[in-house]
Design a protein around this ligand. Structure first.
Ligand SMILES: [Zn+2]
Ligand SMILES: [Zn+2]
Length: 273
């Protein structure tokens, strides 16, 4: 039973990632408009109403924007923790299903999801460890100021990791943001810099890790080549897999887990009609 991962797009203007197993489809975050989400799904020939479940990591708009509307229109189950439901004004009895930290949720007996708490601003944010039943695990981590010991423990056995590389430290410091915002971004509740991400990946490196997607890159304070080179400089000797960058304009590639083939490109002509 394989697992396919498609980042529909990633960044401060919206995040959403599709997971597919044989007969189960899950979205992690739904931070684009409903129209944009449906457009991106149909680009890769996914009927939106075939989405079984939508997991929301935290209440910030770039992760949650059209989640409730999408779940109602498509008939998909919406999952989040109670704090996120409260902040979104969702009714935990009728609008969504809530889960606790480290409580495993099984979707259609095919995909299971484990939420790990991570520090981020005023949000009760979570990272997700996803498993497809054949022992392969994939980690999804965005919007955190630093990695906890618990998170790193769970990332250690993953064959795939999608993790934010939000900013280049030097670019942020020399950039236009006011000092207060710079302090917030670099603080414990902010975002990961390229070098923090590189360090985390170095710490959790294991021979099973095949694919890494760097995501949630800041338009103003980062660039794909900076993120990739910083990470490669740190882990390049040990890491024998492939690194991808998920940009705001996705989807651009599909990652396959549990099979021979590692990835496939999504045709851009079809993507931008
Ligand atoms: Zn975000
Ligand atoms: Zn956030």
């Amino acid at each position: 039973m394989g697992l396919q991962i498609t980042h529909l797009g990633s960044g401060s203007r919206g995040n959403s990632t599709l997971l597919e197993s044989d007969s189960c489809k899950v979205l992690i975050d739904c931070g684009f408009s409903l129209k944009q989400t449906e457009k991106r799904l149909t680009t890769i020939k996914i009927e939106p109403s075939s989405i079984d479940a939508i997991f929301i990591t935290h209440h910030h708009g770039d992760h949650s924007k059209s989640a409730l509307k999408a779940s109602q229109k498509w008939g998909s189950n919406l999952y989040c923790n109670i704090e996120t439901a409260i902040k979104m004004g969702w009714n935990p009895m009728s609008d969504c299903k809530t889960f606790g930290n480290l409580e495993r949720i099984d979707i259609n007996n095919e995909i299971s999801v484990l939420p790990i708490p991570i520090p981020h601003d005023d949000a009760e944010n979570i990272a997700l460890i996803v498993s497809n039943g054949d022992g392969n695990r994939a980690g999804f981590v965005t919007d955190l100021g630093e990695a906890t010991v618990e998170l790193k423990r769970h990332l250690k056995g993953c064959v795939h990791i999608s993790i934010e590389a939000n900013y280049d430290h030097q670019k942020l410091m020399q950039g236009p943001y006011p000092d207060s915002l710079k302090r917030r971004i670099t603080g414990r509740g902010g975002h990961l810099s390229n070098s923090q991400t590189a360090e985390i990946l170095n710490e959790i490196m294991n021979p099973q890790l095949r694919t890494i997607v760097l995501c949630h890159l800041s338009d103003k304070n980062n660039a794909p080549h900076l993120a990739e080179s910083e990470v490669l400089m740190r882990i390049g000797d040990e890491f024998k897999g492939m690194i991808f960058i998920s940009e705001q304009s996705g989807p651009e590639f599909k990652i396959m887990i549990g099979g021979e083939k590692i990835s496939s490109r999504i045709n851009k002509e079809i993507n931008d009609p």
